[in-house]
Design a protein around this ligand. Structure first.
Ligand SMILES: Cc1ncc(COP(=O)(O)O)c(C=O)c1O
Length: 397
């Protein structure tokens, strides 16, 4: 049966690779397993979520609007305007915003809208930071583009070096997925960096898709956003969209709720596509999402809990494994020399699952995988569990 062969080139689903690595190995210790491989929030979302769902329980029978209810879109616009200091009225809930059933599906489907058959007479390019969130790579490949991996290493402060992208690549570029705060390194792109990325997108006429899912989990200062960079530059929101999620902000990964906002031409086309193949958010979930975007108290509390986890990590690891305190997100990106070996040892000798850094990156440039020396740890557990995990890691590595 002839199938889409591009799927076969996406053989690097990180959790499958991790299962293959650890499957044959049984931990030698009786300690309880601690899974630090998956970036799944362990805090509970605020009671507001369940209360709002219950108050809207009579709406499960209705087909919901694909782009989001007017109330949800207004809540999103109000939040974006407040959070990024945008001019009042700069965002119109009708034109600039669309609800998503989690950002994962939106990030993926979006490439279908913005990747043309060819650009500059050749197969288009999608720029993907390396290491990356796996969806960028999948979205690029399945949209028929050539993913170009931009290494984000210690040498470039864990952000793709915008000055190093060859002109020919920029001319072929249709889409650039930029992640800030980044998964896995927790780097925050500065406003100047974002402005430069927006300028490149406009100069070479590609789309900058800023994945800002971790924007509300930060240590010292709130990460700037790509819409803020647009405002600083002028020129409306041309060529730029941002993706946001309630999964990390509100510890509501199971709600499957996010949004995309930005350039109204792109949002308009995306809404058209979504009428054919998007996922709607049920009305009770849209109501709960609006309530969560309107409430900051739980976000402040959540952030404080993560800061405390990073205090514990710093106390345990400062001065070892290249430890640095990430500016945002909830991952540790530790330099352990050989990520796969460290992962195997942690599983066998400490019953701890982590992700080898190389599983979320590609050996694209000079054949070197920029994640190979690292492990990624999701710092999402309660403090007692983290204390136990850090002690076991220190013992084994
Ligand atoms: C960088 C990044 N973007 C997007 C997502 C998707 O989040 P969701 O689909 O839950 O909104 C994740 C989830 O882990 C992520 O790490």
């Amino acid at each position: 049966m002839p199938l889409n062969a591009e799927l076969d080139s996406l053989s690097d689903y990180p959790f499958e690779a991790l299962r293959a690595l650890l499957g044959p190995v049984t931990p030698r210790v009786n300690d309880e397993v601690i899974a630090m491989s998956v970036g799944e929030p362990q805090h509970q979302p605020p009671a507001l979520l369940a209360e709002t769902l219950a108050a809207h329980a009579h709406e499960w029978n209705k087909y919901p609007p694909m782009a989001g209810t007017p109330d949800l879109r207004q809540a999103i616009v109000d939040w974006l305007t407040w959070r990024y200091g945008l001019a009042s009225g700069a965002l119109d809930p009708e034109r600039h915003v669309a609800a998503l059933a989690g950002t994962k599906e939106g990030l993926y489907l979006f490439s279908t809208v913005v990747v043309p058959r060819e650009k500059a007479g050749r197969k288009p390019v999608v720029l993907v930071p390396n290491p990356y969130y796996l969806v960028y790579n999948g979205a690029a490949t399945m949209a028929g583009a050539h993913p170009v991996f931009l290494d984000a290493t210690r040498d470039n402060q864990f952000l793709p070096d915008l000055d190093a992208i060859p002109r020919g690549t920029l001319e072929r570029c249709a889409l650039f997925y930029l992640c800030s705060p980044s998964n896995p390194q927790g780097t925050i792109a500065s406003l100047d960096y974002l402005k430069k990325a927006v300028q490149l997108a406009r100069e070479y006429d590609f789309v900058l898709a800023a994945d800002e899912c971790y924007a509300e989990i930060y240590d010292a200062a709130p990460p700037p956003g790509a819409l803020e960079a647009c405002q600083a530059l002028g020129g409306g929101f041309d060529n730029v969209v941002v993706f946001h999620s309630l999964s990390k902000r509100s510890s509501a990964a199971g709600l499957r709720s996010g949004f995309v906002a930005g350039d109204p031409r792109l949002i308009g086309q995306f809404k058209r596509l979504r009428d054919f193949g998007g996922c709607q958010l049920p009305l009770p979930i849209q109501a709960a999402s609006a309530a969560l975007w309107r409430d900051e108290a739980h976000v402040i509390e959540n952030r404080a809990l993560y800061r405390r986890k990073f205090d514990l990590a710093e106390a345990a690891f400062a001065g070892r494994y290249g430890f640095y305190r990430p500016a945002g997100g909830f991952f540790l990106w530790l330099d352990v020399g050989d990520g796969e070996q460290a992962c195997l040892r942690l599983w066998r000798d400490a019953a701890i699952r982590v992700l080898p850094g190389g599983y979320t990156a590609r050996a694209a440039n000079a054949g070197v995988n920029p994640g190979r020396e690292y492990i990624r740890l999701a710092i999402v557990h309660d403090e007692a569990t983290l204390d136990a995990a850090f002690a076991r890691i220190s013992r084994v590595l």
